[in-house]
Design a protein around this ligand. Sequence first.
Ligand code: ZN
Length: 463
Amino acid sequence: MKRIYMLLISVFQVLNLTAQTNDQEQIRKFYDLALTQGKAYDWLNYLSNQIGGRLSGSVQAEQAVTYTRAEMDALGLDRVWLQPVMVPKWVRGTPEFAYLESKPGYTSNIPICALGGSVATPPGGVKAGVVEVQSLEELESLGREKINGKIVFFNRPMDPKLLNTFQAYGGAVDQRSSGAARAAAYGAVGVIVRSMNLRLDDYPHTGSTNYGDLPDKDRIPAAAISTNGAEFLSTTLKLNPEVQFYFKLNCKQLEDVQSYNVIGEISGSSKPEEIMVVGGHLDSWDLGDGAHDDGAGCVQSMEVLRLLKKSGYKPKRTIRVVLFMNEENGLRGGRKYAAEADQKGEKHVFALESDAGGFTPRGFGFDSSDSDFEKIMGWKDLFEPYLSDHFTRGGGGADIRPLKKEGMVLAGLRPDSQRYFAHHHAQNDTFEHVNRRELELGAAAMTSLLYLADKYELGSTGN
Ligand SMILES: [Zn+2]
């Protein structure tokens, strides 16, 4: 009896080892294909250099929809389609302008850009004294008496001590997203925010600001200045609190326009009703060409389906690439996709997003049940040779978050984040700052994860 038992154990061990070897070989194949015959970089080149920045509602966003749809068609997927979604259209207008004036006639120009969603300044611009604060709380403590008629300058830097720079971003971005709405309540005439950037340089970084339900007449113009500009203004203010700041924004919010999520899929061979999504967002800010944010995530997601097909792997489940529209200033694409999935009663079991830049992949973050996370941790060794085995809890991404249901697993690619915020939402988020191999390694890591999630039915309790 004992011998039969021992025999069974060794049979299981052999089976387990064989599965492990098969997985190693399959993953090696994905990496080899990505690194020798990859398409992601060429796609990104076109998106960045032939199309450029793809703000929702722009001609470039429309061109990106047409282009990626045609490229997906050429991959020979089982189905490619456009999902209509209405998106907000905000335009920057002619370039912004700002200076500080230390005494009448003595001015220094400051690099500035309007925050997405901001109202314009009056045609002659805004000129006023400046109150520097480090936080929304400090603004509140000063109150109307100190703020009325002034430009509020939010100058709390991202925390350089944090290794995960997304945490540093999360710890500072409330100034950009809510600063204008909060300062307006105390009678401020404008808001300027230190750019969300860990580096000292001359690029202003845009990003959404949100007025909430503040009536149009009470909205005040909001802009970001470069980190060097912020340091300069802060120092000048300490020497001379009477400094005046001038800025002029020419932006405008227009009516919503029709746009699309671009979707393609490989139908599952045995469980086609179980859907796994891989995606990024096709829109971008307008200052650069959106190569890192999030052209990289889009082309990596398309590459996942191409690599799966090219390797000859036949997924059991349906694998869908979704290029979401309007992540940056509305999230309409992500919401529309989830709402329609719900309406149709589609069963999504797993979703993976790449929206953290096209840098060297280090691993993934996961939002899952304990038992699914245990399963995932069992795959760590397979990623170790590729230095992408840093698996942590907490993950997903803005576009796939609305899909989340009990039992479903969300994941986010986690590239090295040290350089990301030097480019994020700025003029220097451009193609030449994406490294071909780093981009390809990310696509291979994502493909490997999708493969394992398919084979071992991750999130199978989802509905
Ligand atoms: Zn993004």
